[in-house]
Design a protein around this ligand. Structure first.
Ligand code: CTP
Ligand code: ZN
Length: 156
């Protein structure tokens, strides 16, 4: 780790570091976590910094917060190469690569307006992941297939 990078963002004491986010997507990650900055948490956002693995990447550091499994799955849709690091007392306690699950339950709204999941029925949208790269998901109810950009537009 070089000195310039150390100056750019400090290490954190306790919390979560979401690393290797696809360059340009850090704000989308914060949005799906529902973080606006008004919660009072200390958050560092770094965008478009060089990465050994990816060319450029974004990083989000959230102090004093741990993520729910559902949140990790949504991050996987936005940033399929992201790594979630749990930090305790300055050490990396655990490191996990995000993974898109086989089925997305209640994470993405169906893009088909006449789908039953968009009616007034209380039915959670369910998508089966047909392919991860490129991302293709299929609605369990109306069989509509959505690609990555449509899925991201419909994140719940
Ligand atoms: N980090 C942090 N605060 C700490 C410890 C780590 O902000 N107290 C950050 C690092 O800056 C890095 C990420 O958490 O962005 C993962 O840390 P580490 O595993 O030490 O870095 P690498 O080995 O480079 O990670 P990887 O192998 O996942 O690229
Ligand atoms: Zn549908």
């Amino acid at each position: 780790m070089n000195e310039r990078k150390e100056l750019r963002v400090q290490k954190i004491k306790d919390g979560t570091v979401i690393d290797h986010i696809t360059a340009g997507y850090a704000l989308d990650v914060l949005r799906i976590l529902g973080l606006t900055g008004k919660e009072g948490l200390t958050i560092s956002v770094v965008m478009n910094v060089p990465s050994h693995k990816l060319g450029l990447k974004d990083i989000v550091k959230i102090e004093g917060k741990e993520l729910l499994e559902e949140e990790v799955h949504k991050i996987a849709l936005i940033a399929p190469n992201a790594t979630i690091n749990i930090i305790r007392d300055y050490e990396v306690l655990s490191k996990m690569k995000v993974k898109i699950p086989d089925n997305l339950i209640g994470l993405v709204k169906c893009g088909n307006p006449s789908c039953i999941t968009n009616s007034r029925e209380p039915i959670k949208p369910v998508f089966h992941v047909i392919s991860r790269d490129p991302l293709l998901i299929q609605c369990y109810y109306c069989r509509r297939i959505m690609d990555r950009s449509e899925a991201l537009l419909n994140l719940i």
